[in-house]
Write a protein that binds this ligand. Structure first.
Ligand code: MN
Length: 220
C-alpha cells in the first residue's frame, strides 16, 4: 500500500512536470494595491481566473506543436486558424501576467522618463492621454483589454476583445505593449460594480510607470 501511494505520488509529480505553462507568482501581496484594487478581487483574479487560464491552456496544447513554444512565441503564433481554446487561454495567461506585473504598490502618479515625454508629445498632456485611454476602456463592449502599445515606433492606445493582445496577428494594430488594463467585469465588479470609469480612474494610482518606461525604451 505504501509503495502504491509512492508510485501514485511520483506519477502526479511527473504529470505536473510535463505541464508546459505555469503561473508566475504575483509580485506583491493580494492587498498591496488597496484601495484601488481590493484584496478579494486580486485573490479571485489571480487565484482563480488566471490559474484557470494556465490550467486550460495546458490542456489545450497537450500533444500539439504549441506545447513546445514559449508563452511569448505562442502569442505571436496566433492566427485566425488557431484553435479558440489556445488563443483564448494563451492570451489569458500572457495578458494577466503582463497586467499584474504592470501594477505595483506605492506607484502611480505621472509617467516620467522617455515614456512620459513621449506621452506628452503624442497626446499633448498626461490628462488628455488618460481621457483617451478611458474612452477606449468604456468603448470596449463586453470583455477585453486596453493597451498602450508601441506600433511602428509610435505610441498608440488600442483595445482588443476577449483575451486577444497586440502581439497576435489577429489584432487590428500589432505592436509591443507597454501597459494594459483588464476591462473584463471580473477585474472590477466586486468593488466598482458597473462603474468601469471609476475603476479606470483608480488604475492610475497603481500603474508601475518604471516598468512601462523600461518596456517603452526596449520597444521603440
Ligand atoms: Mn482578468
Amino acid at each position: 500500500m505504501k509503495n502504491l501511494l509512492l508510485i501514485l505520488t511520483l506519477l502526479v509529480m511527473e504529470t505536473n512536470a510535463f505541464a508546459q505553462f505555469s503561473q508566475e507568482p504575483l509580485p506583491y501581496a493580494f492587498d498591496a494595491l488597496e484601495p484601488a484594487i481590493d484584496k478579494m478581487t486580486m485573490e479571485i483574479h489571480y487565484g482563480r481566473h488566471h490559474k484557470a487560464y494556465v490550467d486550460n491552456l495546458n490542456k489545450a496544447v497537450a500533444g500539439l506543436p504549441q506545447e513546445k513554444l514559449s508563452l511569448l512565441d505562442l502569442q505571436k503564433s496566433i492566427t485566425p486558424e488557431t484553435p479558440a481554446a489556445i488563443r483564448n487561454n494563451g492570451g489569458g495567461v500572457w495578458n494577466h501576467t503582463f497586467f499584474f506585473n504592470g501594477m505595483a504598490p506605492n506607484a502611480g502618479g505621472e509617467p516620467k522618463g522617455e515614456l512620459g515625454t513621449a506621452i506628452v508629445a503624442t497626446w499633448g498632456s498626461f490628462d488628455k492621454f488618460k481621457e483617451e485611454f478611458k474612452k477606449a476602456a468604456l468603448g470596449r463592449f463586453g470583455s477585453g483589454w486596453v493597451w498602450l502599445t508601441v506600433a511602428n515606433g509610435k505610441l498608440v492606445i488600442q483595445s482588443t476583445p476577449n483575451q486577444d493582445n497586440p502581439l497576435m496577428s489577429v489584432s487590428d494594430v500589432k505592436g509591443t505593449p507597454v501597459l494594459s488594463l483588464d476591462v473584463w467585469e471580473h477585474a472590477y465588479y466586486l468593488k466598482y460594480q458597473n462603474k468601469r470609469a471609476d475603476y479606470t480612474d483608480a488604475y492610475w494610482n497603481v500603474v508601475n510607470w518604471d516598468r512601462a518606461n523600461q518596456l517603452y525604451k526596449a520597444a521603440k
